[in-house]
Design a protein around this ligand. Sequence first.
Ligand SMILES: *[C@@H]1O[C@H](CO)[C@@H](O)[C@H](O)[C@H]1NC(C)=O
Ligand SMILES: *[C@@H]1O[C@H](CO)[C@@H](O)[C@H](O)[C@H]1NC(C)=O
Ligand SMILES: *[C@@H]1O[C@H](CO)[C@@H](O)[C@H](O)[C@H]1NC(C)=O
Ligand SMILES: *[C@@H]1O[C@H](CO)[C@@H](O)[C@H](O)[C@H]1NC(C)=O
Length: 354
Amino acid sequence: MMEIRRVLYFVVILSLIMTSLIPNNANGDVINGKTQRMIYKANKEGPYLGLVIPNLFEMNPLLHHPSFQPTNLTIDFAGRRFRFGTIYEEKVILVMTGLAMLNAGVTTQLLLSLFNIKGVLHYGIAGNANPSLNIGDVTIPEYWSHTALWNWQRYGDGPENELALEGNGDYTREIGHLRFANYTTNNVVSDNLLNRVWYQPEEIFEIDGTPEQRQHAFWVPVDSNYFELSKKLEGMELEKCINSTTCLSDTPIVRRVSRGTSGSIFLDNSAYRSFLHDKFHVSPVDMESAAVALICHQQKVPFITFRSLSDLAGGGSAQSNEAEIFAPLAANNSVAVVVGFVEILASLNSKSSS
Ligand SMILES: *[C@@H]1O[C@H](CO)[C@@H](O)[C@H](O)[C@H]1NC(C)=O
Ligand SMILES: *[C@@H]1O[C@H](CO)[C@@H](O)[C@H](O)[C@H]1NC(C)=O
Ligand SMILES: *[C@@H]1O[C@H](CO)[C@@H](O)[C@H](O)[C@H]1NC(C)=O
Ligand SMILES: *[C@@H]1O[C@H](CO)[C@@H](O)[C@H](O)[C@H]1NC(C)=O
């Protein structure tokens, strides 16, 4: 009996050793030994600031910015490329997420799980829902929310009716709703089979909480220290012209604002833009920031977002979306602001170390 156990034990150990030697192609993304060593080595040089960037269009101006000094190190993992370098002697890792919430969340989590990160700076372009701001302005919201997680109410029910699964705490009527019938174009008070969608907070699982025990979050604050420091960026000079003949009518400014919102929806619709602004008092509207915010919030890593306004999210002229003309200018302005912010952090570091 003892003998059989010993043999079985031996077989188990041997098979464990064998599987650890076989290249891990089963799910494609188990970290291989070479990558693991590169990550380990890179982390010994940390901590880093993580710069999370939606796409190449917004990353390229940073790669070409004179203050960005790349090192020759890049680490590719799970379809993402982590690029190493410095900005004003601050060690940074740049990573591009790709479009929308899922990509932004996954990439931010990879960044935080793989690397020694002291803070996350997110930047890019956005739509503008705030009529008092202009194209080209760079916003720094204090709070972010994800406004595309909905409970879509059945036809016939109203605000007084409990939502499906509201009873066990899965959904809530606390945040509010959009009523489709309010958007009929003929000005007749009417009814609509699409009824209402109710906005829902995100389920979150905090790094220091009990695993599998959910909490809820809707408005996620950026790091209060970063937000305070970002005040110094107001008054910064920004680019106004895309070439020698085409300029914005107002000189762009950096503005701290109270709120921004995200969802995996490209917003080019004036009525919904007004709804978002009136109901949630948001300025920038984008497709990634809230995902970055929700991950950093759960992982307790300081973060802040800089979003430059490239279009009016449907609120401009009826013919076109302004993004096509002004997006390159907006992307450059967002880079100028994030670089300015790193400069502020770097100056604090050199003060505290001298
Ligand atoms: C944006 O910056 C790049 C350099 O990084 C420059 O080549 C380009 O002309 C700028 N575009 C605009 C619209 O300012
Ligand atoms: C980076 O370049 C230096 C000098 O050329 C070299 O010693 C080092 O091994 C390189 N690092 C990587 C990760 O390629
Ligand atoms: C719909 O319109 C009515 C009447 O104007 C207004 O009282 C109500 O607040 C609107 N509801 C929503 C959810 O927009
Ligand atoms: C400047 O940009 C506008 C918009 O893209 C374009 O119509 C115009 O021809 C450009 N002017 C010059 C001098 O390049």
